[in-house]
Design a protein around this ligand. Structure first.
Ligand code: ATP
Length: 205
């Protein structure tokens, strides 16, 4: 199974990295691809450039052989939609290989507003990770996709959804940017090599 973690990564932090590792281990994933988005349709524009965000992702994952930085959304002109990313990935990854799109509970709340979300479910599974401050959606609109166990995701290539209780790290890129602006330390919130890069590039000041 291959995991996909899309995000703005403005900047990447331990809330992305630790949870991705736990998911990779509990689902027996061979690989997790970190895919920074170019122009996210649902949110304000990132402060770091696309190349800077990709550089930070590459630094952060350098020591973990299962993690891969994937620049495909950055080379695309216009909006970066997850559905297009999955279409592009499926051209490279055999249709029989399970693909799992990983997202946090906050992002899952908005999932039904995503462009062609039903098509996303045709091409990948969804793994929703719990995130501090975000409760599960009480409606069961996703009931038809819900897997009874996480392992069930390995039995098919797409179309199942599961919730995973990962270590709860109340870290966000917003809080990191805010801390830098206020001159406070970001130590222990994200990898030191990413912090050094941010300082060198004068990011988020
Ligand atoms: P921002 O604060 O700028 O909105 P963010 O910290 O939420 O950024 P993103 O790059 O937008 O980071 O997140 C990418 C994905 O990772 C999303 O699916 C998001 O829900 C998830 N995610 C981010 N931080 C955490 C965390 N601390 N715990 C669990 N999931 C997270």
């Amino acid at each position: 199974m291959i995991g996909i973690l899309g995000g703005t990564f403005d900047p990447i932090h331990f809330g992305h990295l630790r949870t991705a590792l736990e998911i990779a281990e509990s689902c027996g994933m061979e690989q997790v691809r970190f895919i920074p988005g170019s122009v996210p349709p649902h949110r304000p524009q990132p402060q770091a450039s696309a190349e800077q965000r990709l550089a930070m992702v590459s630094l952060a994952i350098a020591d973990e052989p299962r993690f891969v930085a994937d620049r495909r959304e950055l080379d695309r002109v216009g909006h970066s939609y997850t559905v297009d990313t999955l279409i592009s990935l499926r051209k490279e990854i055999d249709a029989t290989v399970p693909l799992a799109f990983i997202l946090g509970m906050d992002a899952f709340w908005a999932f039904r507003s995503w462009h062609r979300w039903q098509d996303i479910m045709q091409m990948a599974h969804l793994i929703v990770m719990h995130r501090p401050g975000y409760k599960p959606d009480p409606t069961d609109w996703y009931g038809e996709w819900l897997a009874s166990t996480t392992c069930e995701l390995r039995d098919s290539s797409a179309g199942k959804l599961t919730f995973l209780a990962v270590t709860q790290l109340d870290i966000s890129a917003t809080a990191i940017r805010h801390a830098i602006k206020q001159g406070r330390s970001t130590r222990y919130l994200l990898p030191d090599n990413v912090r050094a890069y941010m300082t060198e590039q004068g990011l988020y000041r």
